[in-house]
Design a protein around this ligand. Structure first.
Ligand SMILES: C[S@@+](CC[C@H](N)C(=O)[O-])C[C@H]1O[C@@H](n2cnc3c(N)ncnc32)[C@H](O)[C@@H]1O
Ligand SMILES: [Zn+2]
Length: 283
């Protein structure tokens, strides 16, 4: 982290005063100190176990390879376009469960002076996210816990296939801020679910999302985004490797089943991209 505007976005998770940069660390007035890793991210989770849902290094490698091949580029473009409509060019963007920082970087490209903070609990993801964009920083945090982020500082919160903490989304967003949430629809990867034994998408996912955001957010609109990818077998393996299904199949079982699908494999990508606005008391 450099001593820049993003530093004023973070608060100490233990007291919670402002953080300042010292040699190789961030420190608050009470001298709580958080090391900046060699890879450029700061872990604010000192003393806490990492979230059990954090992506493993193997999952992060698979995700980086799959996204790097451009298969989800239409989603990145959609998020970049919406961000440029929703946030000021010099705004603050917080990505909750940022993973490799792929979408945070796409959004920052569309907002020429904006700064981005990626929160994630996976060390492997943070290493990549910290280098995802020159205006992005990454902090280790469990997004289920109250965030070490200043109230009302964010213009845009991104949440792409990651855990949702409605009260914290609401607290960190400024009054004109927006929340962008991406969820897979029931048609996402439908060609692979049977043959590869992938977990089904919960058909009530959108409904659960709305309920988790409660009455404190108003849905402004949803774009449905769907296209067919033509995936080389290696990239199908990456796609499976980056999902929770990765835990259910051995490497041998996976390559056997992928081998039977042909090469390339037509696979549907299908997402709901929703824009929410925070509702303030009295609105
Ligand atoms: C499915 S990945 C999505 C990553 C990224 N948004 C993307 O779409 O490429 C979910 C991410 O959420 C992170 N995650 C899971 N539980 C978390 C938690 N409790 N706190 C912070 N991050 C968490 C994982 O480590 C992983 O990077
Ligand atoms: Zn402190």
């Amino acid at each position: 982290m450099s001593s820049d505007r993003l530093l004023s976005v973070l608060t100490c998770p233990l007291c919670p005063s402002a953080l300042e940069r010292t040699a190789g660390a961030l420190r608050c007035a009470e001298r709580h100190t958080f090391d900046i890793a060699r890879h450029g991210y700061v872990s604010l989770l000192t003393g806490h176990r990492r979230a059990p849902s954090a992506d493993s290094p193997g999952m992060v490698r698979s995700r980086a390879a799959f996204l790097g091949a451009g298969h989800y580029a239409p989603l990145a473009r959609t998020l970049a376009r919406l961000a440029s409509e929703l946030a000021p060019p010099d705004g603050i963007v917080v990505d909750a469960g940022a993973g490799t920082g792929h979408y945070l970087a796409a959004v920052l490209d569309a907002l020429p002076r904006a700064l981005g903070l990626g929160l994630d609990s996976s060390t492997a993801a943070l290493r990549t996210a910290a280098r995802s964009h020159v205006r992005a920083r990454a902090a280790g945090w469990d997004v289920w816990r109250p965030w070490p982020v200043r109230t009302g500082c964010a213009d845009l919160v991104l949440n792409v296939f990651a855990p949702r903490n409605g009260p914290e989304f609401h607290r960190v967003l400024g009054p004109d801020g927006a929340l962008l949430v991406v969820t897979p629809t029931g048609r996402h990867l439908r060609e692979l679910r049977g043959p590869l034994g992938l977990l089904e998408v919960d058909p009530r996912k959108e409904e659960r999302l709305r309920r988790s955001l409660g009455v404190t957010f108003r849905l402004e609109g949803t774009e449905l985004l769907e296209w067919v990818m033509r995936l080389p077998a290696d990239d199908v393996a990456c796609l499976v490797g980056m999902s929770p299904t990765a835990h259910h199949l051995t490497g041998g079982q996976l390559s056997d089943r992928v081998g039977r699908l042909g090469d390339p494999v037509p696979v549907t990508a299908s997402f709901a991209v929703s824009v929410y606005r925070p509702v303030r008391a009295g609105q």
